[in-house]
Design a protein around this ligand. Sequence first.
Ligand SMILES: [Zn+2]
Length: 257
Amino acid sequence: MNKNNNENYLTKIKNNKFLIISIFLAIFLGITIYFFILKNIEFEKYKENAKQDSELAKIYKEELLEREIEKKNEIKNLKELTLDNIQNIPKNKKELLLNIIPSGKPFKKHVKINSYFGLRVHPISRRKKMHNGLDLKVNIGDDIMTTAMGKVIFAGTQRGSGKMVIIEHSFGFRTSYSHLNKINVKLGQIVGKGKVIGEGGNTGLSTGPHLHYEVEYYGRELNPKPFMDWNEKNFNSLFIAEKNVSWEKFLTIIGKN
Ligand SMILES: [Zn+2]
């Protein structure tokens, strides 16, 4: 009886030992797998970061090269300036003209053109008529901004145009902004480029909220599109697209004598 008990006891111990070793092994294996996965995640992250870094380095190198080429081509002697090499004038000279002559969008949001400049069937009268500006989609209340520095020569209501602001710029340019919901400027006020002159709206003859934007040069209506698309990067584009302005005259502003 006693011998039998002892044997049972020994078997129990043996089984327990096996169980404890198994548990330890399982824990060890678990920890090993856990660290392996952790290391693998870290490695993947490291690989991703390295990839991003090398892409950034590539972009940076390209930009550096672009700037070097720009600097190399930059016109040093402005007496040599023509409309063909105007792309190579220094940045601050470009900024000067972009501030004086209407450039860019009359608001911050993405441009959506409802109606282009030129002959069209009028949406209300249904008659074929010249459309003297661009109809740009806006929401009521959107900030409407000047596209060049100038002076307010009209701020009020006109039949058809609704609430409207006209800005006179230097050298014969004017811009106008129609169908406004609210006007923020006064007659005679001097405004810089980007000044908020009012809110987009639906006043006057209008079939929905939009901004009717016009660019004029000595009384002649021009297509506002090339002015709106004009920026530092495509600096010669306006002079190619708009032939109704004697651009040569403007070279003296930049420094050509
Ligand atoms: Zn219009």
